[in-house]
Design a protein around this ligand. Structure first.
Ligand SMILES: [Zn+2]
Ligand SMILES: [Zn+2]
Ligand SMILES: [Zn+2]
Length: 338
């Protein structure tokens, strides 16, 4: 059964009547192709990231910021055609005949009939649903009856065949028709994330957070510095924060280091706690160390880093915890003195 037969069966006369009635009623003189949908360049992972982080800024500004930090590098992935009139990328592409400019073009095969040697296009061989040699009129039963010599484009309007075609575009949004040389090209990108830079950024920001949050609570925060323990040993810290009688040593431990190294360093914290009994120690570590208690104890405050947002909160909590601890100590002193 050919496709024409199917068509005849599918549409009843009464149905076709109603279609014609409708055409007349609507006053239609022609029916044009319409295009549905809206194509645009989207970066879904980025969208997801922004959504999850609750950031409602333009993607471009986020990317610019990430690029500035070296966290993201931008590579041009390619360029797409956008409408020269309305700049939209919602474009329909049509092949055009280089000879007559028709868009009634399709790629077809160049094939040869093995028995008689006739060479022609697949469209010439097609007869209803069968392949029949236009030369010797024999039916081609299987793939062994013909050889495929190549592919070519065929224009149904002027019947010409050609190897290279032209294209034209139609904008779905504004309807503009334009050719390849009139098209605007819009770049789309691939964003590469530099993990080393991510790590560097996190450390740098974490340190800034330490300075900012302790300063907010009135502490004088200095980079580096050491606190002398009861043993006489000076213990070095990444930051020292002081306020009245309170001295805090803040140490970033094990960032970029190996698990074993962190484990060994963490094991030394108990000694540090005793030697610096009159001070507070804040340890920031990038991971849980199973063999070492990572809960805070006494004058040691351990913050296992999970995210910058969480870290800010933990630092604020730690600062106010230390402040309230000393407030209580002072109150106790006052009571004793009274
Ligand atoms: Zn347009
Ligand atoms: Zn043509
Ligand atoms: Zn033949």
């Amino acid at each position: 059964m050919s496709s024409e037969d199917k068509y005849k069966l599918a549409v009843k006369k009464s149905e076709l009547d109603r279609v014609v009635d409708s055409l007349v009623k609507e006053g239609l003189e022609e029916i044009k192709a319409g295009f549905a949908g809206y194509i645009t360049i989207r970066y879904k992972e980025l969208e997801k990231i922004l959504k999850n982080s609750g950031v409602y800024l333009a993607e471009q500004s986020i990317i610019d910021a990430l690029v500035k930090e070296g966290i993201v590098t931008v590579e041009t992935e390619g360029r797409i055609v956008v409408c020269p009139k309305c700049k939209n990328p919602s474009i329909v592409v049509m092949y055009t005949c280089p000879s007559c400019n028709s868009v009634d073009i399709e790629p077809t095969l160049v094939m040869s009939h093995v028995v008689c040697g006739y060479t022609g296009l697949l469209v010439d061989f097609k007869k209803n649903d069968e392949l029949v040699c236009p030369n010797c009129k024999r039916r081609l039963e299987s793939e062994e009856d013909y050889t495929i010599l190549g592919r070519i484009f065929y224009c149904h309007s002027c019947k010409r065949r050609f190897a290279n075609l032209s294209v034209k575009f139609k904008c779905i949004i504004c309807g503009e028709d334009f050719g390849p040389f009139d098209a605007l090209m819009k770049k789309f990108y691939r964003f590469k994330v530099n993990l080393d830079k991510v790590g560097e950024y996190i450390i740098r920001r974490a340190k800034e957070i330490v300075v900012t949050e302790f300063s907010k609570e009135g502490f004088n925060v200095a980079e580096g510095g050491s606190i002398r323990g009861q043993s006489g040993i000076s213990h070095k810290f990444d930051y020292t924060a002081t306020l009245n009688e309170i001295t805090i040593g803040i140490r970033f431990m094990g960032f970029g280091g190996k698990y074993e190294a962190i484990e060994a360093e963490m094991a030394g914290i108990y000694g540090l706690s005793i030697d610096l009994a009159d001070s507070e120690v804040v340890i920031v570590t990038p991971m849980e160390i199973s063999s070492v208690e990572t809960e805070s104890f006494g004058n040691v405050h351990i913050i296992v880093f999970s995210s910058l947002e969480d870290f800010s909160r933990r630092i604020r909590e730690t600062a106010s915890l230390i402040l309230s601890k000393y407030r209580k100590l002072r109150e106790a002193d006052v009571k004793e003195g009274a």
